[in-house]
Design a protein around this ligand. Sequence first.
Ligand code: ADP
Length: 473
Amino acid sequence: MDYTRTLSFKIVAIICAVIFVAVILINTYPLFTTQELIVDSICGDMLQTANIIASSLSGLSTLENEKISAIMTILDIQDSERIIVTDLYGEIVYDSTSKANRTGYYLLLPELVCALSGQDSFYCQYIRDAFESRACVPLYNTDSIIGAVYLYEYDAYQGSLLVSMQQNIRTMTLILLFFTLLITFFFTSVIRRRMKKLSAAIGEVRAGNYSHRISIRGRDEVGEIAQEFNELSGRLERTENLRRQFVSNASHELKTPLASIKLLADSILQTHGMSMEDMRDFLGDISEEISRLTRITDRLLTLTRLDVAQTSQLQPVNIGYVATRATRMLTPLADHYRVTLHCETADNCIAMAEEDGIYQIIFNLMENAIKYNHPEGYVRVISYVRDQQVYCMVDDTGIGVPESELERIFDRFYRVDKARARATGGTGLGLSIVRTTVEQYGGRVWAQRREPEGTRFIFTLPAMDKEQIHVFD
Ligand code: ADP
């Protein structure tokens, strides 16, 4: 992959941009503020000194070099490099420097013009690592301006302090930059490695290797994604196994009646002069196998529909009413097996469901209870409401289910006794349809052994209050 499109490149680029801005700020802002502070302090000092000189000279009626020199000697000001006193016209009457003394010359500076008009003025510039400053204040005698005091200072010391500060900041930022980039590269390479692991794992699962798991330690976001991924691939693996098992079971179940049909048909074809009676027997068997095939495909279709489709509009369903209807429909079958049916249902057993779905649940449970019963046994359907749940129980006095198989009988194609199930026309799909349908309505179904014999199937659904039912009236 193009490195500029990678996550680590983007992180490094963002961090570099942030560092760049930070470096510029660190290298300019403190220096500017320090520079301003120094200038302020120089300005205060120089104007103060100039004003002291001006007030010391204010007693002079005429500005003469000797008199000023005498006062300057007394004042003994050593801070300023050069002190100049001018008269009202800007002519220099005193110059503290001996080298290039400009006494008698005119001082032509904007600061002087400003001071002679009655205002203190100050100018400072930071040039060639030094502060060059000029301050000028008016010189009064009584209330009138008679001249100006001008100070000049060249401060290389403070300038050198500023330079060394600048160098220190630069060195520090370079060190900081180096370590930040080092750490950033380290972390991005760690993230990159983990991301690569994630995408490799996704590739494995996409290629069909559902058993692949990622081993990423840590509880950060990447760790969480890895954990989620492992759970997802685990679920995919389970679903895939179930699907494979389902397909293999379904093909096996479909193959058995087909093989019987082929065998029976071949027998008819290969037996010359078969009697009409034998022929009818064989065709009867073929017809039974075809009915079995039809039952299996019908139930498979029902299960597929349940797996794929969402429940349509749910309605309040009276469980007692549906149980009575199922009992009525199953009476001929019960008579055939010499089993008695009892239906004891309360009126208030109402749940949000679909009537056909509830009918299918109760019908399947009762049909099993009849098929796996003993002659002269009974099947009893009871329903009641408790703790805002509708309970519906189907009890029988039949052959029972071993304790260890009670959970497995709800699996697709699972049958406790295959031979008996075949004899009764069982497909092993009835209870899976029951469980899937009950769960679609937000309920639960399970089986219990009954003592001394028989089985009890119980399903529960959230019960509806009277007020809720009125809404649908
Ligand atoms: P089948 O079509 O084979 O009856 P089911 O899914 O309805 O398929 O039932 C699965 C298995 O559970 C049955 O084959 C049978 O062995 C067992 N079973 C179901 N109901 C009962 C019952 N009331 N008494 C005893 N065994 C039962």
